[in-house]
Design a protein around this ligand. Structure first.
Ligand code: FES
Length: 166
């Protein structure tokens, strides 16, 4: 009677150990699988430099709307978005402004006669440098980071100028 009870408890113990080992193996094998599916949801796209043309093409003093495509990766979602940058020279320096109004995100356009950017939504007005001169926008237009490579002009993410970064 005692021997049967002893066998039974040993068998039960071995079953539990085996189940524990299987559970541990399944858990260890599942970590890479779960991270493969879950981690992209937390990855935002990095700042990418986009070539928008030859530097010599931008000698204009009035802002020129330059269209470009940008690939955005947000989690599993990858899409191409069209955007515009207002590019011009001011005192010899190349400037690329974002066209996104800092009030509620409408697209501004440049009015050559008034030398200012106008927002069609709520009457926001910016001077040629992108500073607010009228209407509800709380901040200046964002300015793209720029760099030059082999005679080409590349723009990065637009930067909030009110934070003092650019
Ligand atoms: S979105 Fe431009 S002024 Fe409101």
């Amino acid at each position: 009677m005692n021997k049967v009870k002893s066998d039974f408890s040993r068998r039960g113990f071995l079953k539990k150990v085996t189940a524990g080992i299987y559970g541990l193996i399944t858990f260890m094998a599942g970590i890479p699988l779960v991270s493969f599916f879950v981690s992209p949801a937390f990855i935002k796209s990095k700042n990418m430099w986009i070539e928008i043309g030859a530097v010599e093409d931008f000698n204009n003093e009035n802002p020129l709307g330059v269209n470009y495509n940008k690939e955005i990766k947000d989690g599993w979602n990858k899409r191409t978005v069209s955007s515009t940058a207002w590019v011009y020279r001011s005192k010899g320096e190349l400037i690329a402004l974002s066209p996104i109004c800092t009030h509620l995100g409408c697209t501004v356009s440049f009015d050559e006669e008034r030398e200012s950017f106008a927002c069609p939504c709520h009457g926001g007005l910016y001077d040629k440098e992108g500073n607010v001169i009228g209407g509800p926008p709380p901040k200046p237009l964002k300015r793209h980071e720029i760099k030059f490579e082999a005679g080409k002009l590349l723009i990065g993410e637009p930067v909030d100028r009110s934070s003092g970064v650019a």
